[in-house]
Design a protein around this ligand. Structure first.
Ligand code: UDP
Length: 247
């Protein structure tokens, strides 16, 4: 059970799922579930594990803040209502089994795979898909893999791509004003029962690369992945820049 005065949502029912960074609980309404963000952190497909103190609450609040921003620009999301520190009520969706990745600047696996130094500007924005399968290491796939294996239809994939580019434009402009460069990020989409595609999962320092615009300092999970130190401080800094000092 959740506690605290801000809780007005449905009771947490049975745990349906536990992922690497979140748990999902049933509610009395079959169309809604509660997502609960954990402090647990993993990297390199689960080979590195640890905890980032306070991450669950920060990711919950940051992700909801950014989803509300996107909703205000007409992007449909799974968000219903933040319940408390680490819990949020969301629409139950069937997740499309893809990691949808946007790259504005070379970094991470893109840099490694293609031998391009991190921080290299790209002549255009790159959209990539990975098949969500830990056992296979989330392999990179293209549109035809997705259609051939029926992970999404052509119409769904067109919708996902168009939403993703719009989301990139909205987030980049918003983050730029907060002094943050959006280097790359990963999105996941789901289907509502009527087939509508909505943004699901999270948008947080776990799933985005955020670099300080002035100094280039990494303000995201790379501090954990690469043992750069100051991990908790980076998450706190992102919360402060996006939600203010009192958040
Ligand atoms: N990402 C993620 N989950 C994953 C893989 C990547 O959220 O399982 C995010 C990651 O934080 C980064 C972007 O997607 O913002 C691109 O990640 P990349 O492919 O470079 O992989 P990484 O270097 O993180 O292994």
């Amino acid at each position: 059970m959740t506690t605290g005065p801000s809780v007005s949502g449905p009771d947490k029912g049975a745990q349906l799922y536990e992922g690497k960074a979140k748990k999902v609980y049933a509610t009395s309404d079959p169309a809604l579930v509660i997502v609960s963000y954990k402090d647990d952190a993993t990297a390199f497909n689960g080979q590195k594990t640890g905890q980032i103190l306070g991450k669950g609450e920060i990711n919950n609040r940051v992700s909801n803040h950014l989803m509300r921003l996107l909703e205000s620009h007409g992007v449909p999301t799974h968000l219903v209502r933040e319940l408390d520190g680490r819990d949020t009520l969301v629409k139950r969706v069937e997740i499309v089994p893809l990691e949808v990745i946007i790259r504005n600047v070379a970094a991470g696996s893109f840099s490694q795979r293609l031998g391009v130094p991190e921080g290299t500007p790209l002549a255009c924005t790159v959209l990539e898909y990975s098949y969500k399968d830990d056992a296979l290491g989330d392999p990179l796939v293209n549109d035809l893999h997705i259609l051939a294996l029926r992970w999404a239809t052509r119409e769904e994939l067109d919708e996902i791509a168009s939403l993703t580019f719009r989301i990139n434009d909205i987030l980049r402009a918003y983050l730029d004003a907060a002094g943050i460069l959006l280097i790359d990020f990963k999105l996941e989409f789901g289907r509502l029962p009527d087939g509508t595609i909505v943004l699901a999962d999270e948008i947080s320092p776990d799933t985005c690369r955020f670099w300080d615009k002035a100094t280039g300092k990494k303000l995201d999970k790379d501090r954990f992945r690469r043992d750069l130190g100051g991990v908790e401080d980076a998450y706190v800094e992102i919360r402060r820049r996006l939600l203010g000092a009192d958040a």
